[in-house]
Design a protein around this ligand. Structure first.
Ligand code: KG4
Ligand code: ZN
Length: 341
């Protein structure tokens, strides 16, 4: 099967071709530079840039993918969660391509894309824990089997990429600050500052995360001035790590599952990768860097998985949705009719 995946949930525009589980080509462009002076993503600019990219360079991008669209078996597109204006552009492009070429279409949850990104470079057997850490999400799940996820916990306030970006902004770094701060973290002393790791007493929240307290503590140090930048950032990354590993260990204690995939933009952090890999009782897996941040390949891969199992979406019904839980997708049906199970 040869599937084209389209990802436009935020400021990245990416298309990838997946053939039998392998990403054979991928293109990516981003409107990142247009948001820099605002210190964060401006949704209207992101949507307008998505539209410009598809209006003016769609043919160029398809040329770069090195594919004849007629040879494809189907299209796969991110429907959410994300910025609706940006998502809509991808959805309309995918709908138009699928309809005009008379190929099937499937609308994909962006988070499922990140979850599946692990398979491009790793062989890993079910079940395993998956930690999604990105600019918008921090979620811990058990990946039980293909397309089956048990959600255990998520952040109750900021996502961990979000606090890294916000602190970076305060320090004068351009958005997104993750990779620049990561370089500083590697050089600093992670035990220099001690930040609190939140605890949830309620049973139903035991696998949740909270990062806003750490953010406030770091911002207070910045406000006071006279701090060592590398040590501060290393300590910040280390305390994010402590929050993450605490819940992973809890899941291990309850289930015995010691294989963990870490995905999403923040999983590109060299500091975090190195620290996770020091945990001797666990096997940690990461996507390659090109598949850590938003990309069309991961969307095509999930699409292929749905098509293989007889699921698809209706080209006329499919729509963009700003928030969407991992286990919920209102637009996927079994080909023979009936609901998405
Ligand atoms: O998954 P992603 O591309 O977009 C979302 O779905 O949010 O993640 C973007 C996030 C941003 O917060 C960015 O600062 C962070 O990933 N990021 C990093 C690194 N590269 C990107 N954070 C830490 N270290 C990195 N090397
Ligand atoms: Zn993402």
């Amino acid at each position: 099967m040869k599937i084209l995946g389209i990802e436009t949930s935020c400021d990245d525009t990416s298309m990838g071709i997946v053939e039998n589980g392998k990403c054979v080509s991928m293109v990516r462009t981003t409107s990142e530079e247009f948001h820099k002076k605002f210190g964060g993503i401006v949704p209207e600019i992101a949507a307008r840039k998505q539209l410009e990219i598809f209006t003016f360079i769609l043919e160029d991008l398809i040329d770069k993918l090195n594919i004849n669209l007629k040879d494809l078996d189907g299209f796969s597109v991110t429907i959410g969660p994300g910025l609706v204006g940006s998502l809509l552009v991808g959805v309309e492009v995918a709908r138009t391509l699928a309809y005009s070429l008379k190929k099937p279409l499937v609308g994909i949850n962006h988070l499922e894309g990140h979850i599946y990104s692990i398979f491009f470079d790793n062989k890993i057997n079910f079940p395993f824990q998956t930690l999604i850490i990105s600019g918008g999400h921090t979620i811990l799940i058990i990946f039980e089997d293909h397309l089956k996820y048990k959600i255990l916990g998520e952040t109750v306030d900021d996502a961990c990429g979000e606090i890294i970006d916000k602190i970076g902004r305060k320090l004068g770094f351009q958005y997104p600050a993750g990779s620049e701060l990561d370089k500083l973290a590697i050089k600093g002393d992670p035990s220099y500052y001690k930040f609190s790791t939140p605890r949830f007493k309620e049973k139903e929240k035991e696998y949740n995360f909270s990062f806003s307290g750490i953010k406030t503590e770091v911002l207070n140090i910045i406000k006071k001035g006279n701090f060592n930048l590398e040590n501060l950032i290393a300590s910040l990354f280390h305390s994010i790590y402590e929050s993450l590993i605490k819940n992973i260990k809890k899941v291990y204690d309850k289930t015995g599952i010691n294989k963990v995939s870490v995905v999403g933009g923040v999983s590109a952090s060299k500091f975090l990768r190195k620290t996770f890999l020091n945990e001797k009782d666990f096997e940690f897996y990461f996507p390659s860097f090109e598949f850590s941040t938003d990309n069309g390949g991961m969307i095509a891969l999930v699409g292929e998985e749905y098509f293989k199992r007889g699921y698809e979406s209706n080209v006329f019904q499919i729509d963009a949705v700003s928030s969407l839980e991992i286990n919920k997708n209102p637009f996927i049906y079994k080909k023979s009719g009936g609901d998405y199970e």
